[in-house]
Design a protein around this ligand. Structure first.
Ligand code: ADP
Ligand code: MG
Length: 710
């Protein structure tokens, strides 16, 4: 229990910043400082509340306590036990500032039974000295400890009281708050909201009964003001029926808003792009391989969507190397067959360029012009490309973020494809989409989304999964090797390259500093050059100019360079089948999906491949857990599931990933059954009680409506 306080007024003081719960404020992408209009709340307080994500009375009602303190009892000072928080009432006997061992305000109090207690404040305001004058009566809450002069409390919370000020009848709720907003002030706002806001039940009675859920109004009242009979243990681990109800309602609001978004999309019209077969058939016939059954299936799903009159919003998932690019190429051709343009955006220059080469190789024989746009293009070339796109001369465009720059204007964009979609933010994805009039959208990712996440944050996406790798792939052998054995690893690279194979050496990750990262890459490169003088060694990192990067990658792809030293710029999409060995230095610093993506760069050719994870001692607990997961699993879905488990959804998604409010109370994994029930209930409400659904969404998300249109 936190009893440290920095008391400013006579009211019980705010709790510390550490009390702000996970995922707070609960809404991403929204400026948290837009105050709302809340009856009975001053503008200054409203601004503070806005920092907590509170904009409406309903938000106040749903601002639930983190924990409770028991102020319903008074403990005689004589009965205090060290370490057990308690409340006493006593009169100030003397007070003053002491300077030893350091400056502090010391207040001696005595209760009616004659027990003495010392209060110490290391941080205090001058006004407190005046306020804590002898003769004043205090109610004090804190954790006693045995001191040199008898019992004492350091930084207790306290409040001035009159002789027979009644004790609270219920537990005192402690709320997440922000600097400058005291618990007392926040509590007043919340109590006012509790008495004024509409707490009407949103679940139709028979449904509520069937779900065994407690009534809404009772639940919020109880959570804000539990009676002494309530089990605090159940409240604190959120198993209490009142918490169950709140968590259910939160999930229900999320499901309802996602379904609404889905309906809104279905109401829009998009150009239908049915695959006519003229170009798509030609590509299929010219490919040096046959599509796998899984590729054929996802292509059918995508083609069916493209033929419809409303915009497709589909996520194509497939593990690293499963062959998503060719499916994207087919979709792009369907757009062209219907006289529309298609764009493919990739997160890195290396990847975009590789797509451009591959697609040029596949599509140029069909007589199609492909525009290429990247940040490193010369101004003149960029302008020429933008012109080809806006005039419609180039039916296809491939590029990096440069594609969504303002100057780029499509004449008839019918399909927007985003590769490695998790690397982009919501805003960027929207911007590409806005380059056309409701174009179809295909997102691709090798980072699979676990089912619980897909059901919530991505509920408005249709998902296609490539669940099979092209034939002939060999599993990648993963080895964990201590840094102490680096020499053996070097010898292994020498041997592999002598046999005509190629290898990647991934530099240690330095997340904090780009400059240091660059330095590390150069150092690693120099060191390996000294250690392996017979090899041709290349280097790629994020700071190289576009053409230098392209040259380095080109030399590696052609076999001129045998060992490529790289930063994580090679993490996504890079495809050099002859490379069969990868070393990742300081593997313990990388995230799970990063390791999986990196490892996916090998195992693409006919040779047996290996990935060596070099790690340094001592290994922290999470690093150890991550390395164990990557060592034991090859399947991207399983790795993602474990990743979610290790990191939690907020971090897993990345703050820019989703425009959907993060959950504050429910936990996707622990409350999976509630999520399932909420999903079914959402469907039923929308069908049979649409106005109830409206009220429910308004209560939970009323202040944040602008977010729900992603
Ligand atoms: P990813 O899904 O990771 O984006 P790519 O599209 O880059 O994978 O494909 C990986 C490699 O597999 C590429 O060289 C691609 O040409 C090749 N490929 C794709 N589909 C097949 C297939 N059906 N048979 C054989 N090779 C394929
Ligand atoms: Mg790819």
């Amino acid at each position: 229990m936190t009893v440290v306080s920095r008391s400013r007024r006579s009211g019980f003081s705010p709790t510390s910043a550490a009390d702000v719960p996970r995922g707070f404020p609960s809404v991403i992408g929204l400026k948290p400082d837009l105050p709302g209009h809340i009856p009975g709340v001053t503008p200054a307080t409203a601004a503070k509340l806005a920092q907590l994500g509170i904009r409406t009375q309903a938000d106040l009602v749903l601002h639930l306590p983190l924990r409770y303190e028991d102020e319903t009892q008074l403990t005689p000072i004589a009965d205090l036990r060290p370490g057990v928080p308690a409340q006493v009432e006593a009169e100030i006997v003397e007070s003053g500032v002491q300077y030893r061992p350091r400056r502090q305000l010391v207040v001696r109090v005595r209760d009616d039974a004659g027990g003495d207690l010392v209060l110490r404040f290391l941080n205090f305001y001058g006004s407190q000295l005046k306020q804590l004058a002898p003769g004043r009566r205090l109610r004090i809450f804190g954790e006693p400890r045995g001191g040199f002069l008898g019992d004492e409390m350091v930084h207790p919370r306290y409040r001035l009281v009159a002789e027979d000020d009644p004790l609270p009848q219920a537990m005192t709720p402690i709320y997440p708050t922000t600097a400058g907003l005291s618990q007392l002030a926040l509590r007043k706002c919340i109590d006012l909201a509790l008495s004024e806001a509409d707490l009407a039940e949103t679940l139709p009675e028979p449904l509520r009964g069937k779900l065994h859920l407690a009534p809404f109004a009772d639940s919020v009242h109880l959570l804000h003001h539990p009676t002494p009979a309530t089990s605090l243990a159940e409240l604190s681990d959120r198993e209490h029926p009142a918490w169950q109800r709140i968590k259910f309602d939160e999930l229900l609001a999320q499901q309802l808003s996602l379904r609404r978004a889905h309906e809104a999309r279905r109401a829009k019209t998009a150009p239908p792009l049915p695959a006519k077969g003229t170009l798509t058939k030609q590509l299929l016939a010219a490919l040096p391989f046959r599509l796998t059954a899984a590729q054929q299936r996802v292509w059918r799903e995508i083609a069916a969507d493209l033929g419809e009159h409303h915009p497709m919003q589909r996520l194509l998932q497939g593990d690293v190397g499963s062959g998503k690019t060719v499916v994207a190429a087919l979709a792009m051709l369907a757009a062209v067959e219907n006289g529309h343009q298609a764009a493919l955006m990739a997160p890195t220059e290396i990847l975009a360029e590789q797509h451009w080469r591959k697609l040029s190789q596949w599509l140029a024989p069909l007589g199609l012009d492909i525009a290429w746009l990247s940040g490193s293009l010369k101004k003149k070339d960029k302008a020429a490309m933008a012109e080809a796109i806006s005039s419609g001369r180039a039916p296809l465009a491939i590029g990096t973020h440069a594609l969504i720059e303002e100057a780029v204007d499509f004449s008839r964009l019918g399909l927007a494809i985003i590769d490695e979609q998790h690397r982009f933010g919501v805003r960027q994805r929207l911007t590409l989409r806005e380059k056309g009039v409701n174009p179809h959208q295909l997102m691709m990712s090798a980072t699979p989304i676990p089912r619980t996440l897909a059901m919530s944050y991505y509920a408005d996406l249709d998902v296609s999964v490539i669940d099979e790798l092209p034939p002939g792939r060999k599993p990648v052998l993963t080895k964990l090797v201590s840094e102490a054995r680096r020499d053996e690893v070097i010898a292994r690279i020498r041997d592999a390259c002598a046999e005509g194979r190629q290898a990647y050496w991934v530099c240690p990750l330095i997340e904090e500093s780009e400059k240091l990262q660059l330095q590390t890459a150069v150092d690693t490169f120099e060191r390996l050059r000294a250690e392996l003088p017979a090899l041709n060694i290349g280097l790629v990192h994020g700071r190289l100019k576009g053409e230098e990067k392209a040259r380095a990658m080109g030399d590696f792809a052609s076999g001129k360079v045998q060992l490529l030293v790289a930063t994580t710029v090679i993490e996504v999409g890079v495809d050099v089948p002859n490379a069969s060995l990868m070393v990742i230095e300081h593997a313990e610093r990388f995230g799970l999906s990063q390791l999986h993506q990196l490892r996916g760069r090998v195992g693409r050719g006919a040779d047996a491949s290996a990935c060596i994870l070099l790690y340094a001692h001592p290994l922290g607990e999470t690093a150890r857990a991550r390395l164990k997961v990557i060592f034991e699993n090859a399947d991207g879905f399983e790795i993602a599931r474990q990743d979610l488990h290790l990191r939690g959804p907020g971090e897993f998604l990345g703050s820019r990933q989703s425009g959907v409010p993060l959950l504050r109370f429910a936990d996707l994994e622990a409350d999976a059954d509630l999520l399932e029930a909420a999903r079914e209930t959402a469907e039923l409400l929308l069908k049979e009680y649409p106005d109830v659904a409206d009220r429910h969404v308004e209560r939970w998300l009323g202040g944040r409506r602008e977010l729900l249109k992603v």
